[in-house]
Ligand binder design. Structure first.
Ligand code: G6P
Length: 492
């Protein structure tokens, strides 16, 4: 029985299966792992598992979904699907991977969570054509309910009396209410890592589904958001929910006698851990290779998942406009664009990746010369290379259409060696903390983005360094350890 439970779609570890049936476990990334380490006392960096110290810390269980066949095999092979205390890989938590039937998982994860809820909260629909809620959408919704129920069942089964459960993100918006029905003794927090849609856009969802999602989250005692803006949009939607009473001053929503507090918990970077990682040999080697490749030219860097909301195509278009309007930069600047693969099961993401590649090719064809490559686009995931690029960046471009927080905007300044200028979308959650020292843009305005890149390249080095120092301070003010502890404390 666990005193603290975490639930998220993607867990802290994943598996691969070799031909002879052997399973290999890999560590997943993410702030949640380091956040948990603070609670469990586990080391945050690789080292021997500390099972001998198991008695010193709260018993934490992390419930997650099996994301592929290897995960499902691992879940079936472990007693009760429980992978015990995996040490630093999981921040010291035991892990229970749920063996959810593949069809249910695909519909819940791809069709509902990523193609519907993600699109709603990030305002991604091309509304003349989509969304289109028909009988198939209802079937997908039933899978989303079943997926959430599987999490609620597992949490209900493993929680100690009065335990705290921290349920993460839009995949699991029904689980808080389902868990409260099963275990009214528990204290439940739900945390949204995404933005929240304004009510008129949230209203694209069928009314019953939109209401069920709100009621699901309101099953929690505390609903957490990354910024004031997203918390406020959630309250706006709750105001339209039949039977709900919103108290804006107290930031509470009362529904069927149950009170949910709505809170803001910003998430930043663990600066010490990130700098330590960036000092390792693999990062140093990649930095050397990149420097050789680009010479002493100025560098504009962007690093993203190849994700519709990240606005990569408009970012490339802005770089093109910079080279057209300010030909003096030709030969003197290189754009490093790292766009690593994401959600490739969705056709929109495959098409978007192709559009990114096409746009990049056009820029290279139009401006490239025998001794100058204006753009280096890399579409494979190479974490140490990303850390190396942060170190070398003169300008960091972060221009999402909409983003819950955006940690690239925070990691870049922390690792930047000479101090980088940050060009930042006003629609990123990070804008709430970084707007004073970043150069702010409207992500839809390509020409403004181009002019802002120009201004960033011209910024005097001392001004750049001073701004970067302040950006670093803001970026590291809310490390994941504090963010997670804060969520749990909100339940006391
Ligand atoms: C966002 C979401 C996370 C998700 C991540 C990667 O940050 O808030 O919940 O895990 O994207 O997406 P993926 O679909 O690959 O898990």
């Amino acid at each position: 029985m666990s005193q603290v439970l975490v639930a998220s779609n993607r867990g802290p570890v994943s598996f691969s299966l070799s031909d002879d049936g052997a399973l290999t476990m890999r560590r997943g990334g993410g702030g949640l792992v380091s956040g948990l380490a603070a609670v469990t006392g586990a080391p945050r960096d690789p080292g021997p598992p500390h099972s001998s110290r198991a008695g010193d810390r709260p018993d934490v269980l992390w419930v997650c979904a099996s994301l592929n066949e290897a995960d499902r095999v691992a879940a079936r092979r472990s007693p009760d699907g429980r992978i015990d205390r995996a040490g630093y890989e999981t921040g010291g938590a035991a892990v229970r991977m749920l063996d959810i039937p593949e069809a249910t998982f695909q519909r819940a994860y791809n069709a509902v969570a990523n193609s519907t809820l993600w699109f709603v909260h990030h305002l991604l629909y091309d509304t003349p054509r989509s969304p289109h809620f028909d009988a198939r959408a209802r079937r997908d919704w039933q899978s989303y309910e079943a997926y959430n129920a599987a999490f609620a069942d597992a949490l209900a089964r493993d929680a100690a009396q009065g335990a705290k459960a921290a349920i993460q993100d839009y995949h699991l918006s029904l689980a808080p209410q389902m868990l409260r029905e099963r275990r009214p003794d528990l204290r439940i927090v739900h945390f949204s890592h995404t933005p929240w849609a304004p009510p008129e856009y949230y209203g694209l969802l069928p009314d019953d589904i939109g209401n069920q999602i709100l009621l699901g989250i309101l099953g929690a005692d505390h609903a957490g958001f990354l910024t004031e803006r997203w918390a406020s949009a959630f309250l706006d939607c709750c105001e339209l929910l039949p039977g709900a009473k919103v108290d804006r001053a107290a930031r509470t929503v009362t529904c069927s006698g149950h009170v949910t507090h709505v809170g803001v918990h910003g998430l930043g970077i663990d600066g010490t851990a990130l700098r330590q990682r960036a000092a390792e040999q693999d990062v140093v080697e990649r930095a050397r290779a990149l420097r050789e490749q680009v010479g002493d030219r100025q560098l504009i860097v962007r690093i993203d998942r190849t994700e519709l909301s990240k606005n990569i195509v408009r970012g490339l278009a802005a770089y093109r406009e910079l080279l057209v309007n300010h030909p003096e930069w030709r030969g003197r600047v290189v754009h490093l664009a790292f766009a690593y693969p994401s959600r490739y099961d969705l056709p929109e993401y495959r098409e978007y990746t192709a559009a990114v590649e096409r746009t990049a090719e056009q820029i290279t064809d139009e401006f490239g010369t025998a001794d100058w490559d204006p753009l280096i686009l890399q579409v494979n995931d190479d974490y140490p290379r990303s850390l190396a690029a942060y170190g070398l960046a003169d300008v960091l471009l972060v221009n999402p259409i909409r983003d819950g927080m955006n940690l690239v905007a925070k990691e870049g300044p922390v690792l930047s060696e000479r101090g980088c200028a940050l060009v930042l979308s006003r629609e990123a959650g990070a804008a709430a903390e970084l707007s004073e020292d970043a150069l702010m843009i409207n992500p839809y305005d390509v020409s403004q983005t181009a002019e802002t890149l120009h201004k960033a390249l011209l910024m005097p080095p001392t001004q750049r360094a001073e701004r970067c120092t302040r950006l670093t301070a803001a970026a590291t003010a809310l490390p994941p350890q504090d963010w997670f502890a804060d969520q749990l404390a909100a339940l006391d």
